[in-house]
Design a protein around this ligand. Structure first.
Ligand code: FES
Length: 129
C-alpha cells in the first residue's frame, strides 16, 4: 500500500505502473471499494438489455447479488436474494412476471412478501415506458 501512496502525485514523466501487490492486496481492494466504487453511481447495464416489461438480467456488484428488472413504470436494480435465507432467486437473464424463492416461495415486490406476489401487480402496466 505504501508503494502506491508514494507514487501519488507523480507527473507523467516520472510516473510508473502500480506495484504488483496492488492487484492481489485485500487492503488495496478494500480501499478501492471504499474510495472509488462505493462513492458514486455505477453503470450496470444498458437500457436495451431490458426492452420489455418483466425483462431482467443479473449482475454481481461490490459483493452484492443484484438484478436489473424492467417494470411497467421504470427500470429497477434490486437485490436478487430471498430475505428469508438469502437464497438467490434469479440467474442469467430472461423475462418473468415474478421472482420467487425456490424454498418457501416468498415472492418479489419492491421488498419481499410471503406467498405469491406478482411482478405485474407491482409494476402497473398503465405507465409502460
Ligand atoms: S429460503 Fe427463501 S422463502 Fe425461505
Amino acid at each position: 500500500m505504501n508503494d502506491v501512496i508514494v507514487g501519488a502525485g507523480q507527473d507523467m514523466e516520472t510516473a510508473s505502473t502500480l506495484p504488483p501487490a496492488s492487484y492481489t492486496s485485500q487492503a488495496f481492494f478494500d480501499l478501492e471499494m471504499a474510495k472509488i466504487f462505493r462513492r458514486k453511481w455505477l453503470p450496470v447495464g444498458h437500457i436495451a438489455q431490458v426492452p420489455k416489461v418483466g425483462d431482467y438480467f443479473t449482475i454481481d456488484v461490490l459483493n452484492e447479488l443484484l438484478m436489473v428488472v424492467r417494470g411497467a413504470d421504470r427500470i429497477r436494480v434490486i437485490s436478487r436474494t430471498c430475505l428469508h435465507r438469502w437464497v438467490p432467486v434469479a440467474s442469467g437473464a430472461g423475462n418473468t412476471r415474478r421472482f420467487s424463492c425456490p424454498f418457501h416461495l416468498w415472492a418479489s415486490r419492491e421488498g419481499w412478501t410471503a406467498g405469491h406476489g406478482h411482478l405485474k401487480a407491482n409494476f402497473p402496466t398503465s405507465t409502460v415506458l
